[in-house]
Design a protein around this ligand. Structure first.
Ligand code: A3P
Length: 354
């Protein structure tokens, strides 16, 4: 796959890139032509108010996107070519994506775990595992995309909208989900740390109401989870289904299971030498959060115009932080919605070790 004339726009911005009149004599690139096609199409989709004044949400097949990520999704649907050797980390936003990116990268590249040059110590996990609807569309110049040897990719796209090449290739994927109450709090606090001025963030109450009604980035959240859950039930050999809380309680067995599923199972010798523990420790919240690269206002080096500092991806990493933000009524509302949505699906009873 190749992309000519990559854009340097941030995917969180929805500026037009159609040439202005005085540039009109320049022939638009294939990328620009595609982007115009996506913009024209997206303009016909339902729009609604987002969590910030300058970020409307747009509905595409029942899922709410922000404009640039929807353009990226359409681009991925058209151009992303999965290979059988690829491995996809799937999630809705704020459910443990960064952690899984670090873990899968550490598992695949574990020969250099002890090495101080390990990329995980120097770079944010998002630099090492690209989003197919983000970096691929907007930043094809980044190293990990140019590296054809890379087999790790990630996406927040709902299961039903994944590029066809993913199902056709038979490549494996892992999905992680999280208690919707903590997911919401993680998302709301994440938006508070957004660097650019998209206008004031909605109040917690208003954002919560929107989250419950399904209007959040990649929402409705519960539908996102259920979509992957059903796909997992139909094809457990292609999808591994994980839960943030279960992993947080005892990561080791799940990391072993993840490695096995990826085709990179730990040998008895490695287990004896404590390699699994090393992977878990390297990717732990505490280790990653305290790395220099993930501190303060540092941003990715390969993409200058990102809107979140690396530190925004490591907040508290707690289970149950929602207690500090939501009233019992709010908690009951979302729990009720979850039980209603997941009733009869087997998801509420799902145990990771089954
Ligand atoms: P909190 O905001 O509750 O702290 P995502 O990676 O999908 O954006 O999810 C972000 C959430 O995962 C944040 O939750 C973040 O702190 C937490 N997180 C990031 N890295 C982690 C790690 N290595 N282990 C556990 N949790 C992690």
């Amino acid at each position: 796959m190749s992309f000519s004339n990559p854009l340097s726009l941030s995917p969180m911005e929805s500026h037009t890139t159609v040439p202005s009149n005085h540039e009109a004599e320049t022939e638009p690139t294939e990328f620009e032509k595609n982007q115009k096609r996506y913009k024209d199409l997206i303009a016909t989709f339902p729009h609604t108010k987002g969590w910030r004044p300058k970020g409307p949400l747009i509905e595409y097949h029942g899922c709410w996107f922000v404009q640039p990520l929807l353009e990226g999704c359409l681009h991925a649907q058209e151009f992303f070519q999965a290979r059988p050797i690829d491995f996809l980390i799937c999630s809705s936003a704020k459910t443990g994506t960064t952690w899984l990116k670090a873990l899968t990268f550490a598992i695949v590249n574990r020969t250099c775990l002890d090495n101080s040059s390990n990329p995980l110590l120097k770079r944010n996990p998002h630099e090492l595992v690209p989003f197919i609807e983000n970096e691929f569309a907007f930043f094809p110049q980044v190293d990990v995309i140019k590296d054809k040897g890379n087999t790790l990719f990630s996406t927040h796209i709902p299961y039903g909208l994944l590029p066809k090449s993913i199902a056709n290739s038979g490549c494996k994927m892992v999905y992680i989900w999280r208690d919707p109450k903590d997911t919401f709090i993680s998302m709301w606090t994440f938006f508070q740390k957004q660097r650019s001025d998209f206008g004031p963030l909605n109040s917690l109450e208003e954002s919560f109401d929107m989250f419950c009604r399904g209007t959040s980035v990649y929402g409705p959240y519960l539908d996102h989870v259920l979509g992957y859950w059903k796909a997992y039930q139909e094809n457990p050999n292609q999808i591994l289904f994980l839960k943030y809380e279960t992993m947080r309680a005892d990561p080791l067995p799940h990391v072993k299971r993840l490695a096995q599923f990826m085709g990179y199972g730990f040998t008895a010798e490695e287990e004896k030498k404590g390699v699994v523990e090393k992977v878990v420790n390297l990717c732990s919240f505490e280790t990653l959060k305290n790395l220099e690269v993930n501190e303060g206002e540092k941003i990715r080096e390969d993409i200058a115009s990102v809107h979140w500092p690396n530190s925004a991806y490591f907040r508290k990493g707690m289970v149950g932080d929602w207690h500090n933000y939501l009233t019992p009524e709010m908690a009951a509302r979302i729990d009720g919605l979850m039980h209603e949505k997941f009733k009869g699906s087997g998801l509420l009873e799902h145990d990771i070790d089954d």
